[in-house]
Design a protein around this ligand. Structure first.
Ligand SMILES: Nc1ncnc2c1ncn2[C@@H]1O[C@H](COP(=O)(O)OP(=O)(O)OP(=O)(O)O)[C@@H](O)[C@H]1O
Ligand SMILES: [Mg+2]
Length: 500
């Protein structure tokens, strides 16, 4: 049998790990360049060649329009949902026929999950040759706040790559599996703070012996390290304007990419030191002349322009505590996940919320992949003393005849779960019954995400309120939803699976 490997398919970086059987230890598998972190970047060359990872990142300033990064931000999301992200993406994104987000490169249309699959294939093939074993299936992390559509898109990326999906694992749960394994400690309650490139997740976990259970999840799907980059780009553009009297050309994609890269490096330096220099040598101005720009940015200036972003971390953390019905004093440990948690202001803000907790910051960038490898070890049987339980982060309900949401499964319910409810016919003598299944807990159905409409044809024509129909909702460990609508007085029933 082939191996099971763990993958953190991140917005910015992707990591692969496996569980070493002899030492019972999760380990990162290096990419072709020998590094742990592979940029989630794909560049499409003029002659049809495809560069992935480090090669694509290193050469993207040469060809930003044909280099795709941050595709995870687009996966499973409608074009209308991502318009505020578009400014950050130098390549072209257009709405597809169903309103989905489609990447357009050299006239070719690519789904964001196709980009994910190219990264997966490349990394899994390299991993397979490095560990000298075939890879059977993959465990892939997804942010806790991913919707069903986003999870489905991740699943499709694995399918397109031609691998079997062992399971999707919630990223902070994976990270906590790793930290548990690492410190051999099972605090009764933990909060996982995951600030990555494109998403922010907070997860409250409760532990029993060797078991961790998701008590609540919260987050912000539009907050990540990329947003801090954007603020720094604005600050540096303004400084160049003031100090050099020069306007950086916003319509020059190569220059914008160079500026962004220089700002990302400066941001990382500011996690270690009080100031950093952003240099942009040999810039060609609109007048054709060559300019060298160099400005200093202090940590105080950076923190000040990002203050609103830092503050946006607070509410999801407090809300997760409310949902888990735990006060901040009741949290024993806080785990940092995602490389953007290296920013000192992030750590200080979180320490302020949890003054008495223990902090785990050992390996924020690698924790998800290593945790997915712990899960792989559990599946392969080499770490069978570790178990964990997931929760579904959103509510599932149906629309009632007044357009309101009638909740069947509430958010943060532990999965697997099965619930059933009974409904009646709102229209007299109808032979068709339609049920609209919703994701979300907003009071009005229209404010939630529409998951599916089940139509049962050939039902008994009876007066309003006389028919009895049963709705069964099942959610399995992969958060795949199945809904069955059946008529009590006959054997008529219909089932739909919402995850493909
Ligand atoms: N030393 C550092 N200081 C501050 N930010 C950093 C540092 N190192 C990396 N980052 C930032 O962390 C982000 C990437 O984090 P990470 O690799 O954990 O994200 P990801 O897993 O790709 O994203 P996501 O979890 O949202 O899908 C980037 O925005 C990167 O610039
Ligand atoms: Mg991540």
């Amino acid at each position: 049998m082939g191996r099971v490997i763990g993958i953190d398919l991140g917005t910015t970086t992707t990591l692969v790990a496996y569980c070493d059987r002899s030492s019972k230890t999760p380990r990162i598998i290096a990419n072709r360049s020998g590094g742990s972190f592979t940029p989630s970047v794909v560049r499409f060359g003029e002659r049809g060649e495809i560069l992935i990872g480090v090669d694509a990142l290193n050469s993207r300033t040469l060809d930003p329009l044909n280099t795709v990064s941050s595709a995870k931000r687009l996966m499973g999301r409608y074009y209308s949902e991502i318009t505020d992200t578009l400014d950050l993406l130098p390549y072209s994104v257009i709405p597809g026929t169903e309103g989905e987000s489609i990447i357009s490169i050299r006239g070719e249309l690519l789904s964001p999950e196709k980009i994910g699959s190219l990264i997966l294939t490349d990394l899994v093939q390299t991993a397979s040759s490095l560990i000298a074993e075939d890879v059977d299936s993959v465990i892939v992390g997804v942010p806790a706040y991913f919707t069903q559509r986003q999870r489905d898109a991740t699943r499709r990326a694995v399918e397109i790559a031609g691998y079997t999906l062992g399971r999707l694992i919630i990223e902070p749960v994976a990270a906590s599996l790793y930290y548990n394994w690492n410190v051999r400690a099972f605090d009764r309650t933990s909060v996982v703070i995951d600030l990555g490139g494109g998403t922010f997740d907070v997860t409250v976990l409760g532990y029993g012996p060797n078991v961790n259970e998701v008590l609540a999840v919260n987050g912000d799907r539009l907050l990540g390290g990329n947003d801090f980059d954007e603020r720094l780009v604005e600050l540096v553009t303004e400084k160049i304007r003031r100090q050099h009297g020069h306007e950086i050309d916003k319509r020059d994609p190569v220059l914008q990419q160079r500026l962004l890269d220089a700002c990302i490096s400066a941001k990382c330096e500011l996690s270690e030191q009080p100031s950093a220099i952003v240099s942009l040598p040999y810039c060609i101005g609109r007048d054709g002349r060559v300019y060298d720009f160099s400005v200093e940015v202090t940590l105080t200036e950076f923190d000040s322009v990002c203050e609103e972003l830092f503050e946006r971390l607070r509410n999801p953390i407090l809300q997760a505590l409310v949902d888990a019905k735990i006060s901040s004093e009741g949290i024993h440990s806080v785990m940092f996940v995602g490389s953007a948690t290296r920013m000192k202001r992030v750590q200080n803000l979180v320490r302020g919320i949890f003054p008495s907790a223990r902090f785990r910051i050992a390996n924020p960038g690698e924790a998800v992949a290593l945790g997915a490898a712990v899960q792989a070890g559990i599946i392969e049987g080499s770490l069978d003393d570790y178990v964990h339980i997931d929760a579904i982060p959103f509510g599932i309900g149906i629309e009632d005849e007044f357009g309101r949401t009638s909740e069947i499964i509430c958010p943060n319910t532990t999965v697997p779960v099965s619930k059933c409810v009974w409904i009646t016919n709102a229209i007299s003598n109808t032979t068709t019954l339609e049920v609209h299944v919703l994701q979300g807990s907003a009071e009005m159905a229209i404010d939630n995400i529409s998951l599916a409409r089940i139509v049962l044809d050939g039902v008994q024509p009876v007066p309003r309120g006389v028919g009895i129909f049963r709705i069964d909702v099942d959610v399995n460990v992969n958060s795949e939803i199945s809904v069955t609508l059946s008529e009590e007085s006959s054997r008529l029933s219909k089932t739909i699976s919402i995850a493909t």
